[in-house]
Design a binder for this molecule. Structure first.
Ligand SMILES: NC(=O)C1=CN([C@@H]2O[C@H](COP(=O)(O)OP(=O)(O)OC[C@H]3O[C@@H](n4cnc5c(N)ncnc54)[C@H](O)[C@@H]3O)[C@@H](O)[C@H]2O)C=CC1
Ligand SMILES: O=C(CO)COP(=O)(O)O
Length: 336
């Protein structure tokens, strides 16, 4: 019998834990790395993650450790599931622990502030490994639904299709259906910008603007994501797939989405401070709206919805004023 695939998951939050379950259900031996010993003890002794996925029973072939070296040892895949803005610092510690053959997998949907780098670029920069050893998992994958083993499709992207296929096999279960893609740039941008559009739709929902506004924001949000992608060399068709439209639909319709909920609270009139205070998990779009806009400006791409989100979230512009400005932009053809 062949040895089981070993996966280390760095980050025992909502998605790290839920994706660890997917890998375990697909037959991998999974080790989660967590910062806090208390959480590691809970995972190993009660087979639950009470902080992030209360009430969900974890598979037997999944355990946790606070020791990154133990997690990384002999791993076929090192899966990264920490907030995007902490990745650089975290990976500086973990990269020396990775074996030369380990494939690094990013679950993160963000753009780094300051550098405007995608997560796979940060991995390349910090770990010094080639693009053929870096993969991305993205798509409409709300962690709580996946942890309940509700059906979903996803994209596993790597410039090396053979590596994408290996990862596909490692995370394919009866309820989780991964498709391969070699357009890493498009897949990462789809995930990162959808969080920003999710904030915009949440704000509109909080303001009670209705479903036409939601449909309009999703579609025009996808248009500006596609423009950015085209400028960065992505395949525009990626954005009509799971990493683009699929993820937007899930995030923008679900009360489980942190970005959508964050936006809804702002749209209802909460201040930024109040909204942050009631948000317990990572809402990536809050920081990444600024780095996405930075990236767009570096490439001369117009992203009016993203700009509006930055104005509301970081410049304190009242949503009603921002809406008026967005609606009174000059008339344009739908495609340009
Ligand atoms: N939750 C979801 O449904 C999905 C999340 N994602 C993406 O996955 C990434 C992780 O998100 P979640 O797991 O949902 O977030 P989370 O907030 O549930 O968990 C984040 C984890 O990172 C750890 N962490 C926080 N700061 C850290 C630091 N400075 N150093 C090391 N670890 C730190 C936390 O302790 C926690 O274990 C994000 O980029 C998110 O956009 C992608 C798809 C689905
Ligand atoms: O990316 C997600 C679903 O695919 C999760 O969205 P939130 O981070 O907004 O919860």
């Amino acid at each position: 019998m062949s040895k089981p695939v070993k996966a280390a998951v760095f980050g025992t939050g909502s998605w790290g834990t839920a994706f660890g379950m997917v890998l375990a259900d697909a037959g991998c031996e999974v080790v989660l790395w967590a910062r806090r010993a208390g959480l590691v003890d809970a995972v190993n002794s009660t087979r639950t993650n009470p902080d992030y996925l209360p009430g969900v029973e974890l598979p037997r072939n999944l355990r946790a450790t606070t020791d990154p070296a133990e997690a990384a040892r002999d791993a076929d895949f090192a899966v990264l599931a920490v907030p995007s803005q902490t990745l650089r610092g975290n990976l500086a510690e973990w990269a020396p622990l990775l074996a030369p053959g380990t494939v690094v997998v990013s679950l993160m949907k963000g753009i780094e502030l300051g550098s405007a780098m995608r997560m796979s670029e940060v991995v390349q920069d910090v770990a010094g490994i080639g693009a053929e050893r870096i993969a991305v998992v993205t798509g409409p994958n709300l962690a709580r639904e996946i942890a309940a083993r509700m059906p979903a499709a996803a994209v596993v992207a790597c410039t090396d299709e053979a590596v994408a296929r290996r990862l596909q096999a490692a995370c394919h279960t009866p309820y989780f259906r991964p498709y391969t893609n070699t357009d890493v740039v498009g897949c990462e941008l789809g995930g990162a910008v959808k969080n920003v559009i999710g904030l915009a739709v949440g704000i509109a929902d909080g303001m009670g603007l209705g479903d036409n506004a939601k449909g309009s924001l999703i579609t025009r949000g996808l248009a500006e994501t596609t423009r950015l992608g085209a400028a960065l060399g992505a395949d525009p068709l990626t954005f009509s797939g799971l990493a683009g439209l699929g993820d937007l639909v899930a995030t923008c319709s679900s009360p489980l989405s942190r970005n959508h909920t964050f936006g809804t609270n702002l749209g209802k009139g909460m201040t930024l401070e109040e909204t942050i205070a009631v948000t317990r998990q990572t809402a990536e779009g809050v920081k990444s709206c600024e780095s996405v806009l930075d990236l767009a400006r570096r490439h001369g791409v117009d992203m009016p919805i993203t700009e509006t989100v930055v104005d509301i979230v970081h410049e304190g512009k009242p949503p009603v004023v921002a809406l008026k400005e967005l609606m009174s932009r000059s008339a344009k053809p739908e495609r340009r």
